[in-house]
Design a protein around this ligand. Structure first.
Ligand code: SF4
Length: 486
């Protein structure tokens, strides 16, 4: 079966199941490279959820000023996309209700929401692109629903938001019950299940590769790789902040300041105080930072970008940044070494595992309590994630950009051979959706590629579905695939 078959099947079935949920857009990068990306409704939902908008100037298509007081809770059941939002139009009293998100204004009509009482409480129709025509739409109850076109108010160009937003992290609360796929999965033989998961896993890998191709075109291979592994060190909660830091302190600047990498990273992250502190490590960083600060003051990240709640101490952004500083110090040419390891059948994981730092081996936060036991700076599970999500797809992108078929083949073989990672909550949820028992899920999700495959299916289908599986055509897609394959 050709590598692209999952993607082709998926795109066709998604269009039929969730019409208008995605648009393939071709965007121009700064250096005139054209790279296709899919702008999906879920991306617009994530933009809304995070309110990545210039919110001071929002105006509806019928000329009312809008103030978003609360964007609402992400709804994964039938009905509008966000529930219980609060908005204010002009100086009128605040209104509470639902928000419906679409790519285009006429999707309201295309989706026939005007016939559906579930949408009677929608107080705002937020769309990415205007389609012209009506300035308001109407609910089933006959009430006018104001429309807001988001594109002119986006906090960054849509292609930057596409790169910044980790759609896998949204929404944060998909439903936990078993899904409508269990029956169809039961009808497949174990090799068929695994072969299908492999296809979906390959599509996920290919989409990460496409992302890195765009980054390489935009920033060059070294910077793109640096942004990739920095993002991975941010884990879910601080991915965007870590990547933003890598952009504010690019490798070219680091090369000019090799003696002060840690003070620059911690200073630009906004983690250092404005005056000297009593803690020896903070003091050491601060002693260099105060001299550098005037040149980098406009780069300092606001504290609001950092998420510290519900993060395990070992994953605290201070500690991860300590790891980044140690890695940058030890390997000025990390990309070269990673590529060398892959080309010579070596182990690139060692480059990440072997870094050391006396302070961060025994601390979780800057100036925090000293731990009794030394801890690895970047543990094997995180390194495995970096290999799977950054090193291999990045190297595939690098190989594609340089038309290096041999390297591409080496990377694909490595990806297929990666052992499975830990079962995180998303994988557990996916297991429940597709398999009758946890044991069965574990049996089939026995490689990284298959784990990635099931996540791809979950995010493609389960997250878009609002019919409790009733209208989802993924089972039909699997049936037709299995018949064609036999
Ligand atoms: S939403 Fe679709 S893919 Fe997900 S479990 Fe239900 S039927 Fe399967």
């Amino acid at each position: 079966m050709p590598l692209t078959q999952y993607a082709e099947l998926r795109t066709r079935v998604l269009r039929e199941s969730f019409s208008d949920a995605s648009v393939r857009a071709v965007l121009r990068d700064a250096d005139s490279n054209y790279v296709p990306i899919s702008i999906t409704e879920r991306l617009v939902q994530a933009i809304w959820y995070d309110q990545r908008l210039n919110r001071d100037s929002l105006v509806t298509t019928d000329g009312r000023r809008v103030r978003i007081i609360f964007p609402g809770w992400w709804n994964v059941e039938a009905g509008p996309d966000f529930r219980h939002a609060t908005v204010q139009f002009d100086d009128r009293p605040e209104r509470k209700g639902d928000i419906e998100i679409h790519l285009r204004a006429d999707d309201w009509r295309q989706h026939r929401h005007y016939e559906d009482p579930l949408y009677n409480d929608v107080i705002l129709h937020a769309v990415l692109w205007e389609a012209g025509g009506d300035t308001v739409v109407f609910s089933h109850a006959g009430m006018p629903v104001p429309q807001l076109v988001l594109q002119p108010h986006l906090a960054a160009p849509i292609e930057s938001l596409y790169d910044d937003i980790d759609l896998d992290s949204y929404p944060h609360n998909v439903r936990p019950q078993g899904g409508g796929c269990i029956k169809v999965m039961n009808r497949l033989s174990p090799p068929q299940i695994e072969s299908f998961l492999d296809l979906a896993g390959d599509e996920r890998f290919a989409s990460k590769t496409r992302k890195f191709i765009r980054w390489i075109h935009r920033a060059g291979p070294e910077q793109a790789f640096y942004e990739g592994w920095m993002e991975a060190l941010g884990y879910k909660a601080n991915k965007t902040a870590f990547r933003s830091l890598a952009q504010r302190l690019p490798l070219a600047t680091i090369a000019e300041h090799r003696a002060t990498i840690a003070p620059l990273l911690f200073g630009i992250a906004g983690f250092l105080p404005t005056t000297a502190s009593g803690d020896p490590c903070v003091k050491r960083l601060w002693n260099s930072w105060w001299k550098l600060r005037p040149d980098f003051a406009d780069k300092i990240l606001p504290d609001t970008v950092w998420r510290r709640a519900a993060i395990r101490p070992l994953n605290h952004p201070h500690r991860r940044l300590g790891g980044a500083a140690a890695l940058l110090k030890k390997h000025p040419n990390l990309l070269e070494k990673v590529l060398g390891a892959i080309e010579s059948d070596g182990d690139p994981a060692k480059l990440f595992l072997q870094i050391r730092d006396d302070y961060w081996a025994r601390h979780c936060t800057l100036g925090g309590k000293t731990q009794a036991r030394a801890i690895e700076l970047i543990g094997p599970l995180r390194v495995q994630q970096i290999i799977s999500n950054v090193v291999l797809p990045f190297t595939a992108a690098y190989a594609e950009v340089n038309a290096d078929a041999r390297l591409l083949d080496q990377v694909r073989r490595r990806y297929a051979a990666l052992p499975h990672g830990e079962m995180n909550s998303l994988l557990r949820l996916a297991g429940q959706q597709f398999f009758a028992t946890d044991a069965e899920a574990h049996r089939h999700l026995n490689t990284e590629r298959r784990q990635q495959g099931i996540l791809q299916i979950l995010l493609d289908f389960c997250v878009n579905d609002k019919s409790l599986c009733r209208d989802c055509r993924f089972p039909e897609m699997v049936e037709s695939w299995s018949q064609a394959a036999t």
